[in-house]
Design a protein around this ligand. Structure first.
Ligand code: BES
Ligand code: MN
Ligand code: ZN
Length: 490
């Protein structure tokens, strides 16, 4: 998708001129003095659609400047949020695609409603992400992507905001693209290859630790979970460094189980196919690393992705096994389906010991309990550090990647203590399943500021997922925009 900027009064022709309309208003926002009120058809159409949020209405135009006018309702002013323009821009872009247009233009609303720099970012994100479709395995590809012209006063700031939003959106789209791959075509080695390719393109260091070395170095969690599959485990490490002021890096960790059958504690068959999305945390981290290196942010950043396939078989780890994690602590396995925390624990300990980071943030489709607690439109967060959670919450507000913090105290820590080892990999029954999983992870770390984000409900679109144009069916890339915002503001 090519994106251009034109001044609002530009006389360039467009195939479709698109403008936002507030509920019960009679004008197209940002259109200035060109008063459509006096063009009866437009006036009538604005009246008919009433500016209702998400409503789109296209009318033919006979003028020279445009062939069509698209009216896009953004609802009541009091209900205007950081997501309104992103969401409605997505609707506009999908309409342009449906009409098979080669190009369309969006008029930026006035600064009295939203800062133009902000709205161009949201327009770019909304349009780009809404036009994504996973078509790799379709014999006939149908996705034609129209170009976008943004009508706003040209400036350095606007161009920069557009550039950033393009890279951010491409990061999320990249994450979706690899997360959507089927499990027969995406094994741990495949993810390692993607990481390698990106590192070469974008000047990062990439280290892949394979099965034998993992075992030798004491990664007992990754080794145990990975041993049941002929597709061997990989620990993927991406390191990015550029003009950083703060020498201590931020470490990102992402769970990448390329397929989670549950192992010997086999999952029921229903919806097991969705467990191809159990690699989404890792895909998010790869997407973030790609974008950060393209943005050339002045930070040090490390991405650690433990990747395994959780399979049942003659070589699999079992309930009853006791394993030793990278931290040196031992864990009793009571359910081989609680595999994510084992591979994450290794990666978290490694990240802390190796890099002494100023913060560690992990992403994981970790617990079904998180879907029960928070549903499919909000991720769960558990942390040991208030400053870090505040920062992430601010980024969440700006990006509308929604999260809710859950508590963690010693009572929860006690729930993962084992009779025969330091810890057990399940809590007590189903009580507080998301928090006990986090309690297990907490044991992997000393006192580094850490935030754990459970994306089980939000990593891909499920039945209860709220329909958003920029989250088309499949993986959502959740976390990419959130953490890129965080990294640009720390
Ligand atoms: N990957 C799953 C969690 C999951 C399930 C995410 C469904 C999204 C949708 C994870 O590995 C898992 O199986 N967790 C178990 C833990 C339990 C055995 C303590 C769960 O949530 O049931
Ligand atoms: Mn599992
Ligand atoms: Zn899993």
């Amino acid at each position: 998708m090519k994106i251009r900027v034109e001044n609002p009064n530009s006389s360039k022709k467009t195939m479709m001129l698109c403008g936002f309309i507030l509920e019960d208003s009679d004008k197209i926002l940002g259109l200035g003095n060109v008063d459509f009120k006096f063009i009866p058809l437009v006036k009538q159409s604005i009246n008919d659609m009433g500016g209702v949020f998400g409503k789109i209405s296209v009318i033919p135009a006979t003028g020279r400047a445009t062939q069509r006018i698209l009216l896009a309702g953004i609802g009541k002013k009091e209900k205007f949020t950081n997501d309104t323009i992103r969401y409605v821009s997505g609707k506009i872009a999908q309409k342009a695609r449906e009409l098979k247009l080669k190009e369309f233009s969006i008029i930026v609303p006035p600064s009295s409603l939203i800062e133009p720099v902000l709205s161009v970012s949201q327009i770019v994100e909304g349009c780009k992400m809404s036009l994504y479709k996973f078509e790799k395995y379709k014999s006939k590809k149908e996705n034609n992507i129209p170009d976008l012209t943004i009508l706003v006063s040209k400036s350095e700031k606007i161009s920069k905001a557009i550039k950033i939003a393009e890279i951010v959106s491409d990061g999320a789209i990249y994450a979706k693209n690899i997360a959507n791959l089927p499990p027969n075509e995406c094994i741990p080695a495949t993810l390692a290859n993607f990481a390698r390719i990106i590192s070469k393109k974008n000047n990062m260091k990439c280290t892949i630790i394979s099965k034998n070395e993992l075992k030798k170095k004491g990664f007992g969690g990754i080794t145990a979970v990975g041993q049941g599959s002929k597709n061997e485990p990989k620990l993927i490490i991406l390191e990015y460094s550029h003009n950083s002021r703060n020498k201590k890096p931020v470490v990102l960790v992402g769970k990448a189980v390329t397929f989670d059958t549950g192992g010997i504690s086999l999952k029921p068959g229903e919806k097991m196919d969705e467990m191809k999305f159990d690699k989404c945390g890792g895909c998010t981290v790869i997407g973030i690393m790609k974008a950060v290196s393209e943005l050339k942010l002045p930070i040090d950043l490390v991405g650690i992705i433990p990747s395994v396939e959780n399979m049942p078989g003659g070589e699999s780890y079992r309930p009853g096994d006791i394993i030793k994690l990278y931290s040196g602590k031992t864990a009793e396995i009571l359910n081989t389906d609680a595999e994510g925390r084992l591979i994450l624990a290794d990666a978290l300990s490694y990240g802390e010991k190796q890099y002494s980071p100023r913060a560690i943030i992990d992403f994981a489709t970790l617990t079904g309990a998180c879907i029960i607690a928070l549903g499919t439109n909000m991720a769960g967060m558990v942390s040991n550090n208030n400053e870090l959670t505040q920062k992430i919450k601010e980024s969440s507000k700006r990006t509308t990647e929604e999260i809710w913090e859950l508590p963690l105290n010693d009572d929860y820590m006690d729930m993962v203590k084992s009779d025969v080892a330091d810890m057990k990999n399940v809590g007590i029954g189903r009580a507080a399943g998301t928090i006990t999983a986090a309690a297990f992870l907490r044991n992997a770390l000393e006192n580094t500021p850490w935030a754990h984000i459970d994306i089980a409900g939000v990593a891909w679109t499920q039945i209860a997922t709220k329909d958003k144009p920029y989250n088309p069916k499949g993986a959502t890339g959740f976390g990419v925009r959130l953490i890129l915002d965080y990294l640009q503001n720390t």
